[in-house]
Design a protein around this ligand. Structure first.
Ligand code: TXA
Ligand code: MG
Length: 337
């Protein structure tokens, strides 16, 4: 059964629709909603029963903690114990926006949200529909990406329905998400900042606003850092990456030939400049190679389109790991497993 889908104009929000979504939340239900990164699947973060529904709907392992979404900085005090100076600075600079902070949790955050960790992931999204929804709900919303666990994250309401029809109550359809790739997740300790997942906020920007602090990309103190699952964000088709650089086009063609020769349906995710070279295959353009922002916004969409087209193998061209390109390549590598 299809969930109820309510179309909302992000520039002119219909409050009666928000009210319907809020009612679902207050009845312990699940609402998919747009954020500036990807669609989230929200439930009342302070209600363990409601949160359990998220894990069930997504078929998500119970050791993969959730991000808690807030709309007002005051809510942070209820969820997190001590704000290190760096966290304050980062939230001032990047909230609302695609940054998630890992902080020491307070007792009101249920264990199921954090999967027993003593830290909680918090984010204040900037999408107007998300903000209005969280404010009206009056409670923080636990919300992972609104896809079946392991699949590419959803950037449209249709992607949500394709994965979760029959498993959730309501979808707020606010159109395509702007950034198209998830938030940057950072953990802070006394010595350094660890980027657990590159995402919508460029790591270079984080370094720039905290010049005295060491920033590294890696895994943090928790056992369940994102990326502990080797394969993620994956379409059904097998994904192979042709790394950016000399000989990239030739590499795509040789892999494509071999796969086609063995009778497999071959799709190529190409940078705009090379798309013509692959015209004998099913080609989808990621974006201009120098425009990581465009590539980020399109990545999950084209991965899903390749599945709809019934491809067996996807050969994806890599881009430079600069700016959002870092997040794009992180997701592509995970998709390739
Ligand atoms: O942009 C986003 O972050 C989207 C939108 C919906 O806000 N959400 C999202 O959630 O990507 P999800 O569940 O797909 O990814 C959240 C990641 C998980 O991989 C989880 O391991 C990590 O955040 N995480 C959550 N709490 C954590 C904690 N206390 N310590 C370390 N990692 C944590
Ligand atoms: Mg996810």
């Amino acid at each position: 059964m299809k969930p109820k889908i309510l179309k909302i104009d992000p520039h002119n929000i219909d409050r009666t629709k928000i009210a319907q979504a809020v009612e679902v939340i207050h009845n312990r239900g699940l609402v998919a909603f747009p954020t500036e990164t990807v669609y989230g699947l929200g439930a009342n973060a302070l209600d363990p029963k409601a949160v359990a529904g998220i894990f069930e709907a997504k078929k998500r392992p119970l050791d993969d903690p959730l991000i808690v979404h807030i709309a007002d900085i005051k809510d942070l005090e209820r969820l997190a114990k001590r704000m290190p100076y760096q966290a304050e600075r980062l939230s001032e600079c990047f909230w609302p926006g695609p940054l998630t902070l890992i902080l020491k949790k307070t007792d009101i955050v249920p264990d199921i949200v954090t999967t027993g960790l003593d830290s909680v992931a918090v984010r204040m999204p900037s999408n107007t529909i998300a903000r209005e929804f969280i404010l009206e709900a009056g409670v923080p919303l636990a919300a992972p990406s609104a896809n079946i666990f392991g699949r590419p994250s959803p950037t449209t309401a249709k992607h949500v329905v394709d994965d979760l029809a029959g498993r959730i109550d309501l979808v707020l359809d606010g159109g395509s998400t702007e950034i198209g790739i998830e938030s940057t997740i950072v953990e802070l300790n006394d010595k350094e900042i660890v980027v657990l997942r590159p995402g919508g906020i460029d790591v270079e920007l984080i370094k720039r606003v905290l010049p005295g602090t060491d920033v590294r990309i890696g895994s943090g103190s928790g056992g369940n850092a994102p990326g502990s699952y080797a394969k993620h964000y994956s379409p059904r088709a097998k994904v192979v990456i042709a790394e950016e650089g000399e000989g990239q086009v030739g590499k795509v063609i040789s892999i494509a030939r071999e796969a086609a020769h063995s009778g497999r349906k071959v799709g190529v995710i190409a940078v705009l400049e090379h798309a013509e070279d692959f015209r004998e295959y099913n080609v989808k353009v990621l974006g201009p190679s120098q425009e990581a922002k465009i590539c980020a916004a399109r990545l999950f969409l084209v991965l899903r389109e390749m599945d709809s087209d019934g491809m067996d193998v996807i050969i994806a061209e890599g881009i430079k790991e600069k700016g959002l390109g870092l997040a794009v390549m992180n997701r592509l590598r995970k998709a390739a497993g």
